[in-house]
Design a protein around this ligand. Structure first.
Ligand code: FMN
Length: 217
């Protein structure tokens, strides 16, 4: 029943997402946005394709950019890194997510119901080097994938600026910047991060560049 509801919602949302746009925004945790664009920058992302135990083409979610198949969040993360010269970090977990979309939807539903904290298997050694960290993920069940909760449990972003970005099928940011701000109360979290539908992601480079310009990059 819940699955049928999600399918209907995603279909409606797909239509809405065709008008998808993005903008730079306000800080969730503090008054003024003052993004440090000079120091070292990190782009963190989670994507199903790199955590499914199969190659990207066989995974539940894939996009092709310049002839290369990859997870949708990865594609957007790379666009941000290309524009800013940032380092890239892929969140990996020991959880092997189903490569079949229907199975993945059920699996993620249960993970969320259980409040799971999937084990992280990749780690950022030098977070102190970065004042500004982009953090991107797909919207799963109107929220961050549970592994993102593991991620924010693991790292302390006090004093840093977190710039969220999401890929979606209609839910856009789905309130996730506010959730990140709750998890990282001493970070500055940009409330209107970049968001793009999975259908538009492959061609999002120009939108990404425009959004980054708005942030001062
Ligand atoms: C388990 C699961 C749940 C999803 N739930 C939502 C949702 O609630 N809202 C939405 O807009 N898209 C939802 N989607 C669509 C994903 O956000 C979209 O497929 C995204 O591009 C996947 O990114 P990735 O390739 O980086 O994993 C869901 C996809 C999956 C696999």
């Amino acid at each position: 029943m819940k699955k049928t509801f999600l399918c209907v919602l995603l279909a409606v949302a797909l239509i809405l997402s065709l008008a998808s746009c993005n903008k730079s925004g306000d800080a969730v945790n503090s008054g003024d946005v003052d993004v440090d664009t000079e120091g070292k920058i990190l782009v963190v992302y989670f994507t199903a394709a790199e955590n499914s135990g199969v190659d990207a083409v066989s995974s539940a979610s894939v996009v092709t950019v310049d002839g290369e198949a990859k997870g949708v969040s990865q594609a957007v993360a790379e666009m941000i890194a290309d524009e800013t010269g940032a380092d890239l970090f892929s969140i990996r977990t020991s959880t092997v997510y189903p490569a079949n979309m229907g199975e993945l939807i059920d699996y993620a539903d249960k993970e969320q119901d259980d409040g799971a904290r999937p084990e992280l298997t990749s780690s950022i050694d030098n977070l102190d080097d970065y004042a500004t960290v982009f953090v991107g993920f797909p919207i799963w069940w109107y929220d961050m994938p549970q592994v993102m909760y593991s991620f924010f449990d693991e790292y302390d972003f006090s004093g840093k600026t977190i710039i969220p970005f999401t890929v979606h099928n209609g839910s856009r940011l789905s309130g996730t910047p506010a959730k990140i701000a709750e998890l990282e109360p001493d970070a500055t979290v940009i409330s209107d991060g970049f968001t793009v539908s999975m259908q538009n992601a492959a061609n999002a480079a120009e939108d990404v560049a425009e959004w980054l310009q708005g942030l001062g990059f």
